[in-house]
Design a protein around this ligand. Structure first.
Ligand SMILES: NC(=O)c1ccc[n+]([C@@H]2O[C@H](COP(=O)([O-])OP(=O)(O)OC[C@H]3O[C@@H](n4cnc5c(N)ncnc54)[C@H](O)[C@@H]3O)[C@@H](O)[C@H]2O)c1
Ligand SMILES: [Zn+2]
Length: 421
């Protein structure tokens, strides 16, 4: 049986002699430092630092703030450059808003003397081998050496692609993440999963390569469209469901503040999400087991993203429907109370996320099953799912589920589309 029940965490926590206290950590009023399971939080007036603890001296900080001074930002960023050569990469939507600012920060006081920029086309469909090639071409044309740093300025698409380029260029150079979407701030920029899409599957080509630092200025979210903001919130809800009941409850109290971009709420949600992500990455960097739980809703979600045609749904929107499906399936098997299913649906809806497929969706049972069979979590031909089990904040990663419940769930979600056909 391949079930990593909630007890995985219980076991892990008992091994380190703790309780689940770290998930309820709240920000102290003054500068303080404390360790929690797998991640460390240091809070300063203008920003917080979540440290990702990894072996072999690969620890790195995630800076999360809003009111950094220019000097502060420049100092924080520059100390993570490997040398004086930098290639700063973004896309044509972000470039007019933020490229000059970050170029200037990186070159302030001549720390990075040799700073170059590359602007790629915007869009998930651009996360491909072709644009990866463009980055590598530019690195070679510029003669970037092992002491160079690639800097990713943007959302998950730019971050994943630049990270992958940094992983393979000269067999690995340093890279810095400057995430500008909620999705990238709470999830994709942390943990070192990098890669590009292939026509036959999303994120199918990639590498693990950790950044030297992640620099978050939540003020950049002011320009982010509502839909993109909400898409990122689905990953925050995910952390609450799989391992952080206190965060879920905080979201139930504060969802409207978050959707309305209250700066303190954004900072809190990003910090708590990064603490969760950092702890999971520390426990299982290469996704042998427990890191897979970060994919709650993603097996269904990736099928929806791909089957509907990339670009129809944003990643977090597809994941929101996927989370709704995973929660429903879990409730049908009696693994969670009906009340937790209802709370989950309500929270997703308050985040203005979709929880159902629309009548014009091309999804049906066959498309789901076909696309789910190429999921990266399939092992030895067996589909494994992340499902909720037990009290809020607990999940399992398992192949041992009732297949009929999965089919019923897929049919239930495809029903509006089937009726319309
Ligand atoms: N590596 C991982 O662990 C991981 C985790 C989650 C998601 N991902 C990947 O991340 C990608 C999705 O990331 P995303 O949601 O950030 O998408 P994205 O990078 O496409 O950004 C969304 C849109 O917002 C624009 N944008 C970005 N920042 C902006 C800002 N501050 N103001 C205005 N517009 C802005 C972008 O140009 C883009 O049009 C997917 O490819 C997904 O597979 C990776
Ligand atoms: Zn995701």
């Amino acid at each position: 049986m391949t079930a990593y029940i909630a007890s995985f965490w219980m076991f892990f926590l008992s091994m380190v002699g703790g309780t689940n206290a770290w998930t309820t950590v709240s920000r102290p009023s003054s500068t303080a430092l404390w360790s929690s399971l797998g991640s460390t939080l240091e809070s300063k007036e203008q920003y917080d630092i979540v440290k990702v603890d990894l072996e072999d001296d690969r620890d790195y900080p995630i800076y999360i703030g809003t009111g950094y001074s220019e000097d502060e930002s420049a100092t924080l960023l520059q100390q993570h450059l490997a040398g004086k050569k930098v290639l700063l990469i973004t896309n044509d939507r972000i470039a007019p808003m933020y490229l000059d600012h970050y170029k200037q920060l990186l070159s302030r006081n001549n720390r990075a003397e040799d700073i170059h920029t590359l602007v790629l086309p915007d869009g998930e469909e651009q996360k491909d081998m072709n644009n990866l090639q463009k980055i590598l071409d530019r690195c070679l044309e510029l003669g970037l050496d092992r002491k160079s740093t690639l800097v990713a300025l943007g959302g998950g698409v730019i971050g994943d692609m630049v990270g992958f380029a940094a992983a393979v260029y000269l067999r690995g150079v340093a890279f810095v993440q400057i995430p500008t979407t909620v999705m990238a701030m709470v999830d994709s920029s942390v943990g070192g999963k990098t890669g590009v899409n292939h026509a036959l599957g999303k994120n199918m080509i990639g590498a693990f390569h950790q950044p030297s630092c992640v620099f978050v200025n939540t003020a950049t979210l002011e320009t982010l469209p509502d839909r993109e903001l909400q898409s990122g919130i689905s990953e925050i809800i995910k952390y609450g469901l799989i391992r952080d009941a206190a965060l879920f409850e905080w979201l139930e109290e504060n969802m409207e503040r978050l959707v309305q971009r209250d700066p303190a709420a954004l900072r809190y949600a990003v910090v708590q999400s990064c603490l969760n992500k950092a702890a999971v990455v520390k426990a299982d960097e290469k996704e042998a087991d427990v890191r897979a739980t970060l994919n709650l809703g993603h097996t269904f979600g990736h099928a929806i993203e791909n089957g509907s045609g990339y670009g129809t749904w944003l990643h977090g929107e597809a994941v929101a429907i996927g989370i709704a499906m995973a929660a429903r399936m879990s409730a049908q098997m009696g693994w969670i109370d009906e009340s937790l299913l209802q709370r989950t649906m309500k929270l997703l809806e308050r985040a203005k996320l979709p929880v159902a497929l629309p009548p014009d969706s091309p999804m049906n049972r066959d498309t789901f099953l076909k696309l789910m069979s190429v999921d990266k979590k399939v092992a030895n031909g067996q589909l494994r799912l992340i499902l909720l089990k037990g009290e809020l904040g607990n999940c399992v990663f398992t192949a041992d589920f009732d297949e009929q419940a999965m089919l019923d769930t897929i049919d239930h979600f495809c029903e509006p589309c089937a009726v319309a056909k």
